[in-house]
Design a protein around this ligand. Structure first.
Ligand code: SF4
Length: 234
């Protein structure tokens, strides 16, 4: 009997970064995110982003001072402190792992039934309203799907919430993107996201992950087994 060539797949589930990675290159996504045959090196930008997320969490959740190199972001934490003082009953949580199943019911993050997973950097809850913040350390992008999915995570996990302000806080550019979602309005939102999820799920069902050559192939992709690896213009 021949040993299987690929790792046994778990039940289909996704995150927004998985959708993005699949759309960038299905083969790269399969090899890195699904089979874990290759690993991307952590870039300086990613290391900085992870350190900044950890420092902001420590500041907001435990009151720890930000390191001197990150002091310019103090205003974001101070703003949350001020809101907590001003709004009775406001609770602020950090680094939440939220998930839901195909029926949009809350699940444990690693449950087999989990269909979608997301990390919410800051969640402020006050009665029927919530604010979900995602710290962003990259360049500003016009991408609203992740905001919608974060809002769905809140609706699924907090039944009392009827409205979510979902925010990307672009730390490097001192800018923000904010969308407001209502529980009743989520059907329309899902109609827009659905084709992207369907494409990902169909690829998993068929186990078809074709290469999609791009500027990544020459220097920025670790998938050395791909026929396009190392090729393309400098
Ligand atoms: S080398 Fe290019 S085509 Fe091949 S997996 Fe990497 S990004 Fe995709």
């Amino acid at each position: 009997m021949t040993a299987p060539q690929t790792r046994q797949e778990k039940p289909f589930s996704f995150s927004y970064s998985r959708i993005k990675n699949f759309e960038t290159c299905p083969r790269r996504y399969q090899q890195i995110d699904v089979l874990k045959n290759f690993r991307e090196d952590e870039s300086e930008a990613l290391t900085w982003g992870n350190e900044l997320h950890a420092a902001l969490e420590a500041r907001i959740a435990k009151g720890r001072e930000l390191p001197i190199t990150m002091r310019r972001y103090e205003k974001h934490a101070a703003d949350l402190d001020a809101q907590q003082d001003a709004i009775p009953g406001l609770t602020i949580r950090t680094e939440l792992k939220l998930s839901f199943d195909r029926q949009f019911q809350a699940t444990g993050y690693y449950d087999n039934a989990t269909w979608f997973r997301a990390k919410v950097d800051v969640l402020a809850l006050a009665g029927s309203k919530a604010v979900a913040i995602d710290w962003k350390t990259g360049r500003v992008l016009d991408d609203h799907a992740q905001l919608a999915l974060a809002a769905q995570c809140v609706f699924s996990n907090y039944p009392e919430v009827m409205q979510v302000s979902s925010i990307y806080m672009w730390l490097g550019d001192d800018a923000r993107t904010e969308d407001i979602y209502t529980r009743d309005g989520m059907v329309k939102v899902w109609n827009n996201i659905w084709p992207r999820i369907t494409a990902l799920e169909e690829a998993h069902a068929a186990q078809v992950f074709p290469p999609k050559p791009s500027g990544l192939c020459r220097n920025y992709c670790p998938v050395s087994s791909c026929e396009f690896h190392g090729k393309g213009s400098r």
